[in-house]
Design a protein around this ligand. Structure first.
Ligand SMILES: [Cu+2]
Length: 146
């Protein structure tokens, strides 16, 4: 009997911690959703490469597939072909999870893949590009709505 009571008190305590944690994560996510809007298409220029990155439909809908299209070229505008391109999506804080996927080359230097945001708010998207003669990362943000 005494043991049962102790067990139920422990359960109530554990449930309280869980509820508190969920509330905290929810509050942080809500704060992130207030950031200024990020455009659908972004341009990136790096050392010897350039990228045009489009996400559609935009803003992305949480838990629905979005198309990520990236046009990669060298400094002279020649397409970067046959690269290994992968994407990772996450929010800036911990607890919401990460979505990873690959992008396939659909035209010379044009890579496309499908991913989704787990919840509304501002997301960080990171591309890792591995080509024969170079490798680099491209980072941007995008907005997801309900
Ligand atoms: Cu979140």
């Amino acid at each position: 009997m005494g043991l049962d009571r102790r067990k139920s008190r422990y359960c109530r305590w554990a449930a309280g911690i869980l509820a508190g944690t969920a509330l905290l994560i929810g509050a942080v996510c809500y704060a992130g959703a207030g950031d200024e809007p990020v455009p659908a298409a972004t341009t990136h220029i790096g050392d010897g490469w350039q990228a045009e990155w489009t996400i559609g439909p935009y803003p992305a809908k949480a838990l629905q597939e979005s198309r990520f299209t990236v046009k990669l070229a060298d400094a002279d505008g020649r397409p970067i072909r046959s690269a290994d391109v992968s994407a990772e999506l996450d929010m800036r804080h911990m607890g919401c999870g990460t979505v990873s996927f690959r992008l396939k080359e659909t035209a010379p230097g044009v890579y496309e893949g499908t991913g989704y945001a787990l919840m509304p708010g501002t997301w960080e998207a990171s591309l890792t590009v591995d080509a024969a003669d170079r490798s680099f990362d491209v980072n941007r943000q995008f907005a997801a709505v309900r």
